[in-house]
Design a protein around this ligand. Structure first.
Ligand SMILES: O=C(O)CCC(=O)C(=O)O
Ligand SMILES: [Fe+2]
Length: 361
């Protein structure tokens, strides 16, 4: 039996420094354990963008005839872009935002009833990457992998959990379709077609070759946002991530030449991130974007990340067409499960662990 996404961390329990969330609303000052400095994260103070450049990740209209090329270009230069006219109904985006807000407004004790276990994927807790940092992040999260029914029942004992399960199901279905469409648009821009990738079928409307998880994030109002970190810099381990953010800014993407750039919320649009697996698949042509979330003194922030990748036993390796005839692939092949386990140990060094010719780095 192939490993399911829900089982991927069984052999890799995380021991987080703090077992449960504080009640953020009661904190008037940033405790030392939440105060970040340069030594807690080398990228913490990396230069912000020069204000004059006004550079930002592109906003791409999916109805535009040149959308595929625009997406390809954004994947190569930024590893991220925003999309409009994506076809996901606004009511569904509002529905998932409402669900997320109502989940995080529950009393801490109730949320902890659905706490994520050390070896599990689903449930309430701090970011999994917290174990790699000495300081705590000013956020709480809830991960949905597989059906949320059991967890939702613990959170909302009355009928409400059934409505919320329906919203999640509908949201995931729409996101699956959108993610597959985006992947093929991006690949087509490189001249890669279905003939080049046997495991991903364009026609399979059930998308049985893919799987996903949903990560709900809440960044409460913070008394000293400049010294706090909502979610530390990381790349996603996905093929693609589609992110919905509410109307409060906080997401930042990193460019070597520009530093940290804040991605402005645009009502009704979605942010798309290239993940590490897409970077591997394209032999490094698409950048898996380094990103993080900052926090705000007056407004709380919500985001919903749709984390999308192949089935667990599918081997992902650079498409031969994208490897130079005289070179060799930049990466060896990995399954999503293998990659997640590498990431669970090596975090931001995971890509270099599977890189061929390591001696050349
Ligand atoms: O909240 C955000 O904008 C970023 C969330 C994120 O990067 C993640 O959940 O992986
Ligand atoms: Fe992320």
């Amino acid at each position: 039996m192939p490993t399911m996404l829900t089982d991927v961390f069984r052999g890799h329990p995380i021991h987080l420094p703090h077992s449960h969330q504080p009640d953020f609303t009661s904190l008037r000052e940033l405790p030392d354990s939440y105060t970040w400095t340069l030594k807690d994260d080398l990228l913490f103070a990396a230069a912000p963008s020069p204000p004059a450049t006004g550079e930002n990740i592109p906003l791409i209209d999916l109805n535009h005839p040149d959308a595929a090329n625009q997406i390809g270009c954004a994947c190569r230069t930024w590893g991220a872009f925003q999309i409009a006219n994506h076809g996901v109904p606004l009511e569904l985006l509002q529905g998932i935002e409402f669900l997320t807000g109502s989940l995080f407004r529950l009393p801490v004790q109730r949320k902890l009833k659905a706490a994520r276990s050390e070896t599990g994927v689903s449930g309430y807790g701090v970011a999994r990457i917290s174990s790699f940092f000495n300081k705590q992040m000013w956020s709480e999260g809830f991960t949905i992998a597989g059906s949320p029914l059991n967890d939702f029942r613990k959170l909302w004992p009355k009928q409400l959990h059934l409505n919320y399960c329906d919203i999640v199901e509908e949201y995931e279905e729409q996101m699956q379709k959108l993610a597959s469409k985006l992947m093929w648009l991006a690949l087509n821009s490189l001249g890669v077609t279905e003939d080049d990738i046997k495991w991903a079928s364009v026609d399979d409307s059930d998308l049985n070759w893919a799987q996903s998880a949903l990560q709900l994030n809440h960044y409460p109002v913070c008394p000293q946002p400049d010294r706090a970190m909502g979610l530390a810099a990381h790349t996603d381990s996905t093929l693609l991530t589609i992110l919905y953010q509410n109307n409060t800014a906080g997401l930042q993407v990193f460019r070597d030449d520009l530093g940290w750039i804040t991605v402005p919320p645009i009502p009704g649009s979605l942010v798309v991130n290239v993940g590490d697996l897409f970077h591997i698949l394209t032999n490094g042509l698409f950048k898996s974007v380094l990103h993080r979330a900052r926090v705000n003194q007056t407004r709380s922030r919500l985001s919903v990340a749709f984390l999308w990748g192949p089935q667990s036993d599918t081997k992902i390796s650079p498409v031969p067409k994208l490897v130079s005839p005289v070179g060799s692939p930049l990466y060896r092949s990995v399954t999503w499960t293998e990659y997640l386990r590498t990431k669970a140990v090596h975090f931001n060094k995971a890509l270099s662990m599977i890189r061929n010719h390591k001696e050349e780095e």
